[in-house]
Ligand binder design. Structure first.
Ligand code: HEC
Length: 100
């Protein structure tokens, strides 16, 4: 009888471990940001961030602090519409763009 409980315990531990997909999600973050960019930003800012009807988004870190970029993306500026992304997505996008 005791053995059954041991097996049950092991099975639930395995299930718990198997349920942790968090790491996988982190690895996909860069790809997710690129998809977001393609869906929400590319039309105006162009492929490869080179600009189109809107300015290029390269070397932003020379021009703005991270907070400034975050605010621009979240709230928009001039002809740039705000609220295109959620706060969490804006955070990811800001970090991604600051490295470009
Ligand atoms: C409808 C067109 C449009 C879309 C969609 C758009 N933008 Fe813009 N964006 C603009 C325009 C126009 C400007 C310039 C605004 C100004 O300075 O008056 C701008 C400016 C910016 C700036 C500041 C650039 C600088 O050099 O001052 C950032 C950063 C930015 N956009 C990021 C984004 C991101 C990230 C997305 C996608 C979530 C996005 N934009 C989607 C039109 C757009």
């Amino acid at each position: 009888m005791k053995r059954i409980w041991t097996i049950m315990l092991m099975v639930s531990v395995l299930l718990l471990l198997g349920g942790c997909g968090a790491n996988e999600k982190e690895n996909n973050e860069a790809a997710d940001v690129e998809t977001l960019y393609k869906n929400k930003c590319l039309a105006c800012h162009g492929a490869d961030l080179q600009g189109a009807s809107a300015p290029a988004l390269t070397n932003l870190s020379d021009k703005y602090s991270k907070d400034e970029v975050y605010n621009i993306i979240l709230n928009g500026v001039g002809m740039m519409p705000g609220k295109l992304l959620s706060e969490e997505e804006t955070e990811l996008m800001t970090e991604w763009l600051m490295e470009k």
